[in-house]
Design a protein around this ligand. Structure first.
Ligand SMILES: Cc1cc2nc3c(=O)[nH]c(=O)nc-3n(C[C@H](O)[C@H](O)[C@H](O)COP(=O)(O)OP(=O)(O)OC[C@H]3O[C@@H](n4cnc5c(N)ncnc54)[C@H](O)[C@@H]3O)c2cc1C
Length: 423
């Protein structure tokens, strides 16, 4: 296929906006239309559960570019417009209001929507989810000193919001079904540490319980949640933070294959779908980096940026940008946590530093080793150290665990000598 004369990007979120920007940065002179169902210009979501929620949400929070940017770069932004169908035969994106947008190439960057709790009716004013700026505005407006907030789901997002709400004086209960906090992404020792820190900060964290019943409006304006352990929680406000459902309906109703395991639109290493005129990127895309590899769907800021840039390069038939080593950050309980790589069964974890859970500015670094090679790193308020270690991950260089654990061992020379030894 020649470089497309017109590109319609469905989803004016992070991946979509990064793709549009990258196309122009790479000199693309064709027509770019960015269609989004939200009323807002493209924005990044991470602040929504962090500082933005704490300070009272500003409508410009996380905004990627001002309106003038899109005008200056001739990117047509169609906001508040739902794409209801992808007509692959005609090569048109059909909007819910009947408009049809012809394309030579289409990029699906539709992200995902917050998973709901079927027990709780969707439209109750005191039941929240947290995916969009409007969601954050509604939750932020409901937080005040003394408000009883129940957070269903103790994952990254639920815990971030729980902490932010508690900083605003809310009395927060976190309900988590798993036996540990962030147990799938942290080594057990840090998971336990985080739980102690949460409790020391006054969060009421309930593990291994689920919500099995709800009586909306049973209290003055609130909800009574019945828990699987027999307890009940009275809440003025409820935040349901139980994950994301990828928005794949456009793709699936147009006959594009989805990944059975990870529920995203199947794409290759260049973010191409099975249709040579359609790409997909970001939270909605399940990517096979190698032809026979298992598809991976990643919900992260880094992945949205990377996919946006990869899709743009592929649309222009340019060389694929390098995919960076997986990195994620989150702000938890007053700590910046950065993660390199992924937790896997059977890793040997080495800690560097010690910190009490209630310390004001704790600093910890844990590295998960497979046969001496770091594959999973977690830094608590030590992101700079993790950056220094990054080449060891990228180049699969084995380390001396004993030396690493010694706080007197200077990291930069340590990394240099490990790299030299493994070369
Ligand atoms: C509160 C919150 C905090 C987060 N914090 C972090 C963090 O600390 N670190 C981190 O790495 N990641 C974080 N993330 C994850 C990160 O923000 C996402 O992975 C990223 O936003 C994904 O970008 P995307 O473009 O794929 O999807 P989105 O940003 O969701 O954009 C998709 C857009 O497409 C629109 N859309 C969908 N369907 C249609 C349609 N049919 N027609 C028109 N428009 C449509 C959606 O409404 C949305 O605006 C956080 C996410 C949230 C919600």
């Amino acid at each position: 296929m020649a470089v497309p004369a017109s590109i319609v990007i469905v989803g004016a979120g992070q991946a979509g906006a990064v793709a549009a920007r990258t196309l122009r940065e790479r000199g693309y002179a064709g027509v770019i239309t960015l269609v989004g169902d939200e009323a807002h210009l493209p924005y990044e979501r991470p602040p929504l559960s962090k500082e933005a929620l704490g300070a009272g949400v500003d409508a410009g929070v996380g905004r990627l570019h001002p309106a003038q940017y899109y005008a200056d770069h001739d990117i047509r932004v169609v906001s508040g417009a739902v794409a209801s169908a992808l007509d692959r035969a005609q090569r048109e994106v059909v909007l819910a209001d009947g408009r049809r947008l012809p394309y030579d190439a289409c990029l699906l960057a539709t992200g995902g929507r917050a998973r709901r709790l079927p027990l709780l009716p969707e439209r109750l004013p005191n039941v929240h989810v947290l995916r969009t700026l409007d969601d954050a505005m509604a939750l932020g407006a409901a937080l005040a000193p003394g408000v009883r907030l129940a957070v269903v789901g103790g994952g990254f997002l639920g815990l971030e919001a729980a902490w932010t709400a508690s900083q605003r004086g809310a009395a927060v209960t976190v309900i988590e079904g798993a036996p540990a906090l962030l147990g799938r992404v942290l080594p057990p020792v840090l998971s336990e540490w985080l739980l102690l820190r949460a409790r020391a900060a006054g969060l009421d964290v309930r593990l291994e319980v689920s919500v099995c019943g709800a009586v909306p409006g049973a209290t003055a304006a609130g909800t009574t949640l019945a828990l699987s352990d027999g307890n009940q929680i009275e809440a003025d406000q409820v935040l349901v933070a139980i994950g994301l459902v990828p928005n794949t309906e456009l793709a699936s109703s147009a006959g594009l294959p989805l990944c059975a395991a990870t529920a995203g639109v199947l794409v290759d290493a260049d973010c191409r779908t099975a249709d040579p005129h359609v790409w997909a990127a970001g939270d909605c895309a399940s990517q096979c980096r190698e032809p026979d590899a298992q598809a991976v769907r990643t919900e992260s800021w880094q992945n949205a940026n990377t996919h946006g840039a990869i899709a743009a390069a592929s649309l222009l038939q340019a060389e694929r940008p390098v995919t960076p080593y997986p990195w994620f950050w989150t702000d938890q309980l007053g700590c910046n946590i950065q993660i390199l790589g992924a937790a896997q069964p059977g890793l040997q974890y080495v800690m560097r530093g010690t910190a009490q859970p209630a310390d004001d500015a704790p600093r910890l670094l844990a590295v998960g080793l497979r046969e001496g090679v770091p594959v999973h790193g977690v830094a608590i308020n030590a992101g700079g150290d993790l950056r220094v270690l990054r080449p060891l991950f990228e180049q699969a260089a084995a380390i001396d665990a004993h030396a690493f654990a010694d706080p007197a061992c200077a990291l930069k020379p340590f990394v240099k000598s490990c790299l030299q030894r493994s070369a």
